[in-house]
Design a protein around this ligand. Structure first.
Ligand code: SF4
Length: 348
């Protein structure tokens, strides 16, 4: 469907008051296949977001086809982006999903401008482009095609196994532009994973996606992020995680410890209080300095995990940083751990 000719409709009986600020809202939709979720379809005016020039990130632009994410990771740092609409950063972030239905069309227009410099573009740096909504809206095929046809290198980071649907397209794109793919897989304890990432595909399914990507001849990194203090930072868990990533064929692994922005911290601590009340005080102490875990913890974690990453042969990565993807100076594990939350990769 082409969206450029769509008229704005006031068909949004379930729209929340804050959404009135979206003057480009087309409609709000609820369907039985997505129980509990409302999609707010908007006509985006732009698709490419410029990364601030002072950023240390290796890509210059990002695309976010969706705002909010039904993967519903409790620790998700992107939760704060829902605040500006008057939506809450907890349940609303998981269930009130903004969909830029015309994103591919707008992108094509932007990429066709003579001034477009074919800068590396990152998808998945904020919310997940292969969250469940993508099964309904199919925005990614148009985005991938537009980027490839314009000669623009790009990277995709996701927890969504729906990526497999687009593998043919991604293989084609990789013939003409550098394409970097990475799966975010942080938790290798099934019960914990279902509790803290309730809307995501299982760890096993995501590892199978890594294998599927590798079998098509593409690189695929694993983002072991975030590592949860006192929950997933044991040597046994990290070793098992890296073993399974290596067995799945991961090209490399990047890691980062949990960080908690203020609005996210409340949501996370509520979850912790329900599932692991014995850890609440330890977390309050560890994050007493603000968003980041105490420096001593981060140093300790680095000393624990880096030898394991090396031992599993998962240090290597692409030498060519053209995509700004999985192996670059700015995404070096140590540096990534030190970056401000707004600059770190999406922690899924
Ligand atoms: S961490 Fe990623 S996958 Fe999880 S809710 Fe946030 S954007 Fe979605």
């Amino acid at each position: 469907m082409r969206w450029s000719g769509q008229k704005l409709q006031a068909e949004q009986p379930s729209a929340l008051p804050g959404l009135a600020r979206l003057n480009n809202l087309v409609r709000s939709v609820q369907t039985p296949e997505f129980a509990g979720i409302t999609f707010h379809e908007i006509l985006a005016k732009s698709s490419l977001n410029k990364v601030p020039s002072q950023s240390a990130m290796p890509f210059s632009y990002t695309i976010n086809p969706y705002r909010g994410c039904s993967h519903a990771c409790v620790y998700c740092f992107a939760r704060t982006t829902h605040e500006y609409l008057g939506l809450d950063t907890g349940r609303d972030f998981d269930s009130e999903i903004i969909v830029k239905v015309n994103v591919a069309e707008v992108l094509r227009t932007e990429l066709a401008k003579p001034t477009w410099g074919r800068h590396p573009v990152a998808l998945g740096s904020n919310t997940d482009p292969y969250q469940r909504a993508e099964g309904r809206y199919r925005l990614m095929p148009g985005i991938i095609a537009a980027l490839a046809e314009s000669g623009t290198p790009f990277s995709i980071l996701t927890k969504g196994t729906l990526l497999r649907r687009d593998l043919d397209l991604l293989v084609e794109a990789n013939r003409v532009v550098p394409v970097d793919l990475a799966m975010s897989i942080a938790i290798y304890d099934d019960e914990l994973q279902q509790s803290i990432e309730p809307g995501t595909p299982s760890t096993t399914a995501r590892l199978a996606t890594v294998t599927a990507v590798r079998e098509r001849g593409l690189d695929c990194g694993v983002f072991l992020m975030p590592i949860l203090p006192f929950l997933t930072d044991t040597k046994a868990h990290l070793d098992e995680a890296l073993r399974r990533a290596a067995d799945a064929g991961a090209t490399n692994v990047l890691y980062a410890p949990l960080n908690l922005r203020p609005a996210v911290k409340d949501w996370y601590l509520q979850w912790l209080g329900r599932d692991h009340p014995e850890l609440v005080e330890q977390y309050r102490s560890l994050f007493s300095g603000g968003t980041y875990a105490a420096k001593e913890y981060r140093t300790w974690l680095a000393a624990r995990i880096l030898p394991l990453i090396r031992a599993h042969g998962l240090e290597r990565g692409r030498e060519d940083p053209a995509t700004g993807g999985i192996r670059s100076r700015a995404l070096d594990p140590l540096l990534a751990a030190e970056l401000p939350a707004s600059l770190t990769p999406t922690l899924f």
